[in-house]
Design a protein around this ligand. Structure first.
Ligand code: GUN
Length: 283
């Protein structure tokens, strides 16, 4: 029976540490500041943005939230990004994805000051991740690494399989596992016989967004399984990519949904924002 790695508990522990560091920084006259930009009415994005704002409150960050209508022009968003780039109170800028149709997410990200790019989405920071030399870790992959470490699992020499190749999770996840000397395979929707790969995984990270994709027969006994999926099942319940009931008896460690990767992603965003605030002093 797999040991469950609680992201809720680990996130609470790390946030308490971040709060102490933030209190120290505030004594030195710097309050970390995060700007969160939500465009349109996507219900899932609204929940994420609310949770990000709540985390700011909890740790004691200054925060600004912009709720913009889906009809806004790209120029207006770029003007806001310019303003936030220049704001002395703001150390981190987050544009919640996905954006409504007609807005070019990549172009908007390109305009964020890389020193304030706490999502690590700007090509400059993506390049830094590629060469293993980074200020900001991509939030979800960094949260996954923290969960693996919390379980006491070493990545070095392990077969690591990442399912999903998105710019937000799959690709940077592969880089972080590689940096810790894992042997990394990236699988995706065009991979034939996915189970042939997953069955060899000592560490399996699934970031696809399909409920029930990973079943117990696809798991190597004792493997560490991290579920990045966030899906609604037929009953409207939040579930991951992993079929929990069939995987739990086979895996060694398993993260739940909810309460696994989700709270860690936001915690890593807070960590990046604190780091951005500290770096702003040095620059
Ligand atoms: N949408 C889903 N995940 C993320 C994330 O980590 N950052 C942003 N900005 N948008 C997202």
């Amino acid at each position: 029976m797999a040991e469950i790695i609680s992201g809720t508990a680990l996130a609470a522990k790390i946030r308490a540490e971040l709060k102490l560091e933030t209190d120290e920084l505030k004594k030195a006259g710097i309050t970390p500041g995060l700007a969160v930009v939500l465009v349109g009415e996507d219900p899932a994005s609204k929940v994420y943005v609310r949770n990000k704002t709540k985390a700011c409150e909890e740790i004691g960050f200054y925060h600004e939230q912009y709720n913009l209508p889906a009809t806004i022009s790209e120029e207006e968003i770029l003007d806001l990004v310019d303003t936030l780039n220049r704001s002395a109170k703001i150390h981190g800028i987050l544009i919640q994805a996905p954006l409504p149709k007609g807005l070019d997410f990549k172009n908007i990200i390109d305009h964020i000051d890389p020193n304030k790019d706490v999502d690590a989405f700007h090509p400059y920071n993506v390049g830094k991740i590629m060469i293993g030399d980074f200020e900001f870790l991509p939030c979800t992959p960094a949260g996954v690494m923290e969960l693996i470490h919390e379980a006491g699992v070493s990545v070095e020499g392990k077969n690591c399989v990442v399912v999903g190749r998105s710019n937000i999770v799959g690709k940077p996840q592969a880089m972080l596992l590689l940096k810790e000397n894992g042997t990394v395979t990236v699988c995706h929707s065009k991979t034939p016989n996915l189970a042939d790969f997953t069955r060899n995984a000592d560490i399996l990270v699934s970031a696809v967004g399909r409920a029930g994709l990973i079943t117990g027969d696809m798991i190597k006994p004792g493997a560490t399984v991290v579920d990045v999926g966030m899906n609604r099942n037929e009953e409207g319940k939040l579930v991951g990519d992993v079929d929990f009931s069939s995987v739990e008896p086979v895996a060694g460690y398993l993260t739940p949904v909810p309460g696994g990767v989700g709270p860690m992603t936001i915690t890593m965003l807070m960590k990046n924002t604190l780091k951005a605030a500290k770096l702003s002093v040095k620059k």
